[in-house]
Design a protein around this ligand. Sequence first.
Ligand SMILES: [Zn+2]
Length: 865
Amino acid sequence: MIRLLNLSSFSPFSIFNRTLYHKTWPKEFTYESARALENYWRPQLEESQASYSNNSEIKEKLPKKYVLSMFPYPSGRLHLGHVRVYTLSDVLARYNRMRGFYVIHPIGFDSFGLPAENAAIERNIEPDVWTDSNVDYMRQQLKEMAFSFDWNRELSTCKSSYYKWTQHLFLQLYEKGVAVKKEALVNWDPVDKTVLANEQIDENGKSWRSGALVEKKILKQWFIKSSAYAKSLMDAMDSLSTEDWDKVKNIQKMWIGNCNGCFVDFDLKYEDNNLENSVLSVFTETPQAIYGVSHVNINKHHIIMNNLRTDVQENSRLPCYAIHPFTKQKIPVYLRNDAEFGTLNAQGVPYVDSKLAVPSLNENEKDFASENGLDFKSIIDLSNGKLINSGQFNGQIFSEAFEQATKELLKINHGGFITSDRLNDWCISRQRYWGCPIPLIYCDNCKVVPVPYDQLPVELPKMDKNHKNLKNSTWHHTECPKCKGPAVRETDTMDTFMDSSWYYLRYLDVNNQNEPFDTKKAMKEMPVDIYIGGVEHAMTHLFVSRLICHFLYDQNKLPEKEPFKRFIAMGMVKGETYKTKNGRYVPSDNVIKKDGKFFCKQTDEELSVDFEKMSKSKLNGIDPQYMIQKYGVDFTRLFLLSFVHPKSDRNFLLSSDMINGTLGTLQKLWELVGTADEELNKDGSKKEIFNEQEYKSLKTELYKTRNSQLCMKYPVKYYDESYYKLLVETLIIASPVIPHFTSECWSKLKSHQVYDKLFDRKKIIVDLKWPKVDSDWLVDFNLNVNGKKVLTSKISPNDLEHLNCEKALEIFKSIQNFEQKVKNPIDNFEISLNVKPFLKATLNLNKKSNRSKEMTTETNENDKE
Ligand SMILES: [Zn+2]
């Protein structure tokens, strides 16, 4: 669409005319008019967004609201799930912007990962070429949907301008001992030829991506020590609201486990000098008993068993020993039966593979140590329960010495992080090409040497399929930064979850050339206020993002530990599938419906019908592009947000009822605007705009359209400008969902004089302010005690936003018979506040008791009414 000339210098009214698409207002709104007016308005919406994003005054003066949606993987084109997520995030961004916030609403691309590498091998093109062309296409699609992203902040994780800082972050983790290299039994995907995290394996032991049965393999890998942040991550979950985080919390709590112990890291020496010494990490709930250790037990699953003879019998001593972290004495290591190691995991293997044997605490170990002639000391004075023979812990009550023991271990870098017996460290090494290179160099003299910060980024070398020649390349063979001798680069790349663990921080300062982000900016603009994304990505990604933020918080780089305040877990979009008896999928255009049953057109076989996650193999995808071309952008946006709660899975149907319902909403508004415009055009007849009958029907139509209680008590009067105000406010409220449509409607109305005092007529609709509820309209404010309503007050909906439990309690305390109704002292209650924005509020007092949980549920039921 060619932009119209700006004629504002020629006519005082042209500012209004310029922004109107339809010179003549067609009586009926159709899909054709939708597409035409969308093409007309899109550049203007973009322009409004750009000028908002570039306005530094807004950034400084208004309170911030960070609205974030999970960035897409550039697979080629957007699918309906994406469009559902971004529509919601756009609506929330526009809504908050109209409410007077400085909204941060960025987008980028999570562009490292396997599909690009596989596509590159299949099609013989470079992965970056494939990725860039996908990004270009998807960016175009996102723009076409009029999502109000701040494109100045766009980033792509596969660009060195981004991954330079992922490497920087890795080096910081390495310096602080949170990134460590260790030999590990890893999950190996034999199809994708890569290591997988436990969380990337489904309940059947198959890879989340390739679907292959996962194997075990031993490799030296880089890990992020989740255990270092286990307790911090566990404790901070209390600060996350149950409403948004319930499901995520439950899963993460299960992963993390009960944080009641710590690892003691022993240096491990093999008797065979050919074996490289390593570290033996042993979990214990009683690190304070460390001086009473006679030996260490390991089971046959332990990684070091792969270095030792396989014919060792149970209960025999192994040809290696552990060095006591404090006394430096040699501690023998024994192979013991699984039964000694406690709780089993889902695969029937004990969670722990090693254990401290402390005879003072365990009679069996006492017998075992005596039988095997092992030295041990008694560490508890049985007369007073205090530690003896325990070095720096002597004289402390045994149960109270736990914390000091963990601190002492931390101090000497031999473990000590409070964690559970089941949380695995996060393996980030991937034996794949298309990822962020791990910025480390190996030198025979200096061992592991981090690439100096001023030499970042370590750029990805040119693609060599399957790494065949990478190890001979000049990229791989390099100079040791320390001794300048010959050295080699790490060829593994990082798990892409590392890229996405911090992207929302880079958005805040995307052009910073000196550091990942400016701390001052992060202090001001973090945390993310609303995070929206597919629930299937929620678990791993949210866990590692939290972990990285807890780490950065410790480095004084963030204002809070938790990165995301609210989380909206979008449900999946499922498409209808048709299947034969043999499980073959049949495309919908090959299906015929007879008497409520479905048949294959060709074979006449009856088909089973179901809803499943949309995918190519199931032939049930609906391309958003198809919807946009057929019905228009605003229709698609409105349709995707209608009918089903965003958090619920959606069985996606384009049924004629739903299509007509959605179109009907648009047509009704269109008619109302058209009629109002006609009436306002009638010269001097303002007082007789509507006859009684017309007025009534208009009002009814308006209420129906708005479909909300908001307008129920609005003082609409005959012959009054209130009606016209209400009509535009309705358009404003609808504008975050249907921005093109409402822009056109507003431009139709705003030339009329009646709007001069009501709204800023120079602005397009998305730049207008969100309507305020009339201050004299009050809503119910109830006090419930143990689920029963005992008092009712009134409150202005405008005050609801700033209400908290304390303020709410003050309001009720000022009511005369408060004490009489509540009966018990306030301290006896758990207090919670339930606010339905604009509609009502309830303060709940629930007696602190076992029953309080039931009561809360009851209260919520009552609230549904
Ligand atoms: Zn060196």
